[in-house]
Ligand binder design. Structure first.
Ligand SMILES: [Zn+2]
Length: 164
């Protein structure tokens, strides 16, 4: 009798833990296809483009995003057009918080809000730019530098949904 009661309580505890975990992963922004495509107009949603792009990986570290801390430990850009200016660590050029699914692209080619599916990476959205990200080259976000390095440089057939 006792045992059943305990295991029941344990089971409901686990169910709550699972729910919390699901909520937390939703907040951390694991981008899903349907949530991303909601912002894409119907005619684009039905007719995505497919193109081969060079795909590299990046993380929020200074090595990947061109900033370093100065002697006051304030992060500043060390290269590019914003050289010497303060860097908001983890923020994208569009002002959103970088997270898995954040893609940096040449916004003359792929405007902010473009949704992409990258084989081996998943769904993401263009929310960032990079000094070296020009033309048919995108940079996909990873939380850790080791993950970005492990991704390396790949040519992938990317599915592209434009926001216009
Ligand atoms: Zn890095």
């Amino acid at each position: 009798m006792m045992k059943t009661g305990v295991s029941k309580r344990w089971a409901s505890g686990m169910a709550i833990a699972a729910l919390l975990l699901a909520a937390a992963s939703g907040l951390s922004g694991c981008a899903t296809r349907s949530s991303l495509l909601r912002t894409i107009p119907e005619h684009r949603r039905r007719n995505p483009e497919k193109m081969e792009l060079l795909v590299t990986g990046y993380c929020p570290c200074g090595k990947c995003t061109g900033w370093r801390r100065n002697w006051l430990l304030i992060p500043v850009y060390t290269s590019g057009p914003l050289i010497g200016q303060r860097k908001r660590v983890g923020m994208t050029s569009s002002g959103t918080l970088a997270q898995p699914g954040t893609i940096a692209a040449d916004t003359r080619l792929f405007p902010y809000g473009t949704v992409m599916y990258v084989p081996g990476y998943g769904y993401g959205r263009v929310e960032d730019t990079g000094g070296k990200i020009v033309g048919r080259h995108i940079d996909v976000f990873f939380r850790r530098h080791s993950q970005a390095e492990a991704w390396g440089r790949r040519k992938e057939m990317v599915t592209v949904w434009r926001p216009d």
